[in-house]
Design a protein around this ligand. Structure first.
Ligand SMILES: C[S@@+](CC[C@H](N)C(=O)[O-])C[C@H]1O[C@@H](n2cnc3c(N)ncnc32)[C@H](O)[C@@H]1O
Length: 185
């Protein structure tokens, strides 16, 4: 069930924090293309490293969870800017607090929004940890909005029909995680 609250009336309604139930914690909302499962930090570092993030890059994490990818991109890889989209309100609140605490208001941004409805055209790097089916739904949007040369890094799930440029993919990280790298031509 999406929400058991009597106040639910509109299709785009999101539960407030005090209306949480088990479904909302797992991100089980109609727009969700993946449940919340965080990428282990060593895998985050490898994803950003594989993408060769530099100070020129604008990194978008589509479904940013607790924000570990966007904060790591800016703080550890010196990305110019990082933007996260997330439908789970809990993470939005916690990321907004971190942005202020870390004094990153000009470089890290988070939006409570379905990323399928977001403009992602400014991203030079997109990171995702969705599902194979979620990736297939996102693929046309990546193809139509991203500029040539933009990179896409996917944790664990490939984007079928595209060539994986990560040579290390056949040797998964110790824990079995896979990282797929693609480039828009
Ligand atoms: C597997 S988690 C990955 C979190 C983070 N990117 C990481 O790697 O640690 C997927 C996240 O995407 C969010 N999500 C799924 N579909 C979404 C959508 N259509 N728009 C925004 N966020 C979405 C979920 O709520 C969840 O937090």
């Amino acid at each position: 069930m999406y929400i058991n609250n009597k106040k639910k009336k509109k299709d785009n309604y999101y539960p407030r924090l005090n209306e949480w139930n088990d479904d909302t914690i797992w991100g089980d909302q109609p727009e969700s293309l993946a449940p919340y499962v965080p990428t282990p930090q060593p895998v985050v570092l490898e994803m950003l490293s594989v993408a060769e993030i530099s100070s020129k890059d604008i990194v978008y994490d589509l479904g940013c969870g607790d924000g570990r990818v966007i904060f790591s991109a800016v703080e550890l890889f010196n990305a110019k800017k990082a933007v996260g989209f997330e439908i789970n309100p809990y993470w939005i609140t916690s990321i907004e607090k971190k942005i202020i605490d870390k004094k990153l208001i000009n470089r890290v941004f988070v939006y409570r929004k379905n990323f399928m409805e977001a403009d992602i055209s400014e991203a030079s790097v997109v990171t995702i940890y969705l599902t194979t089916n979620g990736n297939m739904k996102l693929k046309p949007k990546l193809e139509s909005e991203l500029k040539p040369g933009s990179r896409i890094v996917s944790h664990d799930f490939p984007i079928h029909g595209w060539d994986n440029l990560n040579q290390k993919e056949k040797k998964p990280l110790g824990s079995g995680h896979k990282i797929f790298l693609y480039k828009i031509s």
